[in-house]
Design a protein around this ligand. Structure first.
Ligand SMILES: [Zn+2]
Length: 465
């Protein structure tokens, strides 16, 4: 059903296009507040940077201007912002307003990281009815039934709700029971168009979750909850309610709480987004013990993947999974690699021999200059070791290297040949991939060396070829 609008809306449309009105809306002040809290994470340099002076942050404090950042606030991730003059950080602000009718503005803000200017543009103005949304800017109508169908659409990470005037919703018949204005005092919420329209208007559970103070559940996935017993509804015992409310639990945190069954935010954060692995591992170890163990190994929550693999190796080798020495080895990564090698060697005895055989021929291609040496992978062990040191997946190339489908070379500093520096993949005498630690690309200086190495390569073909 298409809604029809009369001429009254022309006035609204004129207001929308009138940018001067932005000053009245206090939007600029709000945007400056948002920008004041943001800091940048430079993916290439792996460091946090002050949004104003681009200096490195140490413990959340800018080394240059001493500005303090709350590291819990969202960060904006960029790759090497220095390279571009116009590196833009885009975010959106939602703003409710009542004119002749209830309107929801969606402002797009483009912030130029380098010259610190920003532009405000009105992207959408939704006229909200009990049936759906009519966008006065694009003239598109979409019913809540349609929105419901694609409600799983990606949440935009940088969408903010202008909270100062939420009280106007108290008198609106659509929002009367929504309690949406309670979000005024809630920090760090992820909102999007649906959390502000479809959910409060269309789902009865929204009000119920808001009343319980479970704001993040209300604005993220209210449709997953029904009016049943607490346990059936949330999948955890009612004794956790206070905790859930205190931390304003998110659906992701709730998934982990179901598994760890402990009101412990730190423990939950440790396994966040890895709840299925955590659930698997909970059959073998207590999850709080595992967290402590990984911490004593100086490993973050990400390393539960390695731990899961390690447990699989123990199982494969029929080692005792109830023995504490097996479950919590002195050095997890070392033990992990040792077992991995043991399995690889028993399963792929031939492959290891082939790699060693090929490496003897590939030694013809060893490259040396004043600083660097480049030499071929000699066996499975060397590939596993490289993979561990470089945090890359070259260990998965074992079969390809054994079949001479590609050749793996290691570039190292001559005076420190045991420490990995660059992993190089060669196919048909061409360097097809070269990566530093954490899969970072090598700089120009290294690339020049790689070019010289590539030119010096002698082709080594498979016998069949
Ligand atoms: Zn600064």
């Amino acid at each position: 059903m298409q809604l029809k609008f009369n001429n009254d809306f022309n006035d609204i449309l004129e207001n929308i296009t009138d940018y001067k009105k932005l000053d009245d809306l206090n939007i600029k002040k709000f945007i400056e507040e948002i920008l004041d809290k943001q800091y940048i994470y430079d993916l290439d340099k792996d460091e946090h940077v002050c949004i104003k002076c681009k200096s490195t942050l140490k413990n959340g404090i800018c080394e240059n201007c001493n500005k303090k950042y709350n590291l819990k606030n969202k960060i904006y991730e960029v790759c090497n912002y220095e390279l571009y003059d116009n590196y833009l950080f885009t975010f959106f602000v939602y703003y409710f307003d009542i004119q002749e009718t209830l309107l929801l503005y969606r402002f797009e803000i483009k912030y130029n990281i380098n010259n610190q200017n920003y532009d405000i543009k009105i992207n959408n103005v939704y006229q909200i009815t009990n049936l759906g949304l009519y966008d006065l800017v694009t003239e598109e109508y979409k019913s809540f039934k349609d929105y419901e169908k694609d409600k799983d659409y990606m949440m935009h990470e940088y969408e903010y709700l202008y909270k100062d005037n939420l009280d106007i919703l108290k008198n609106n018949y659509l929002y009367k029971y929504s309690l949406l204005w309670e979000l005024k005092n809630v920090e760090n919420i992820n909102i999007n168009l649906l959390s502000l329209t479809l959910y409060p208007i269309y789902y009865k559970q929204f009000e119920y979750l808001m009343k319980m103070g479970l704001y993040n559940l209300a604005i993220t996935n209210p449709y997953d909850y029904k009016y049943t017993s607490f346990k059936d509804n949330f999948g955890v015992d009612k004794k956790f309610y206070k905790f859930m409310k205190d931390i304003n639990i998110t659906p992701e945190e709730l998934e982990v709480l179901k598994i760890v069954k402990e009101p412990n935010k730190e423990l939950i954060n440790f396994y966040l987004y890895n709840e299925s692995i955590a659930s698997d591992l909970s059959k073998y170890v207590k999850l709080d013990k595992l967290k402590k163990y990984l911490e004593t190994q100086n490993l973050s929550g990400e390393f539960i993947y390695e731990y899961r693999d390690y447990i699989n190796y123990l199982e494969k080798l029929s080692l005792d999974l109830t023995d504490k020495n097996n479950l919590f080895p002195k050095n997890l990564l070392e033990e992990h690699d040792k077992l991995e090698l043991q399995i690889e060697l028993t399963e792929n005895k031939n492959v290891n021999d082939k790699i060693t055989f090929l490496s003897n021929i590939l030694n013809l291609n060893v490259y040396e200059d004043d600083n660097y040496i480049i030499f071929p992978a000699r066996d499975i062990k060397s590939l596993i070791d490289e993979s561990r040191q470089m945090h890359n997946c070259v260990r998965t190339y074992i079969d390809k290297v054994g079949e001479n489908k590609c050749q793996i070379y290691f570039m190292r500093y001559k005076d420190n040949p045991k420490e990995s520096f660059v992993t190089i993949e060669v196919r048909d005498n061409v360097v097809v991939q070269a990566r530093c630690k954490y899969n970072k690309l090598p700089d120009n200086k290294i690339n020049e060396v790689l070019n010289r190495f590539e030119k010096s390569l002698i082709p080594i073909y498979n016998e069949e070829a």
